[in-house]
Write a protein that binds this ligand. Structure first.
Ligand SMILES: Nc1nc2c(c(=O)[nH]1)N[C@H]1C(S)=C(S)[C@@H](COP(=O)(O)O)O[C@H]1N2
Ligand SMILES: [Mo]
Length: 158
């Protein structure tokens, strides 16, 4: 009986403590694999690299959002991936082909934050390919939207 009561008390304390604890959003730890040389990055790794911010409307979120991440061309350089065509795969195995020239012609980023918050998998995280749509009217079309893959787990050359 004593053990049962102590156990219930512990469970109660745990719940009340977690309820009072400040919302400390931790990033996902799932890695993003780039290329075939074993190059992998997590959100924590991206945070140590030069940051790029894109403020744009998208077909996927209401209104305008602020995305933070790292330039795709910098990640390709770091991974030594030079293929002209990139195949990106999502956690649910959704795949899309992205021309590497997009990374050169535009400041496309691998975003890991939206409006200052880490993206959980259920929020299309931890990684989402974001094009600067509002900055380039010629990008505002279905073709570009299709390339804005979320929950990216791998980028390979083709
Ligand atoms: N994880 C993930 N799932 C995704 C996407 C994505 O970017 N990431 N794109 C969606 C979009 S925009 C479309 S149109 C459909 C395409 O699915 P289909 O190729 O089976 O038609 O996948 C959806 N599922
Ligand atoms: Mo789509």
């Amino acid at each position: 009986m004593f053990i049962l009561r102590t156990g219930l008390l512990a469970v109660f304390l745990l719940f009340s403590w977690s309820g009072l604890a400040p919302a400390q959003e931790q990033p996902e730890t799932l890695p993003l694999a780039i290329g075939t040389e074993g190059y992998k990055v997590t959100v924590a790794d991206l945070e140590k690299m030069p940051q790029t911010r894109i403020v744009t409307a998208t077909p996927f979120l209401p209104g305008t959002a602020t995305f933070e991440g790292v330039l795709l061309r910098e990640l390709l350089k770091a991974a030594k991936l030079t293929a002209p065509s990139l195949v990106m795969t999502a956690l649910n195995d959704y795949r899309v082909e992205v021309p590497a020239s997009d990374a050169e012609n535009y400041d496309v980023i691998v975003a890991y934050k939206v409006d200052g918050k880490y993206m959980r998998v259920r929020d299309k995280g931890p990684f989402w390919l974001i094009y600067p749509l509002d900055q380039h009217p010629e990008l505002r079309n279905e073709q570009t939207a299709t390339k804005m893959i979320w929950q990216i787990k791998a980028i390979d050359g083709e």
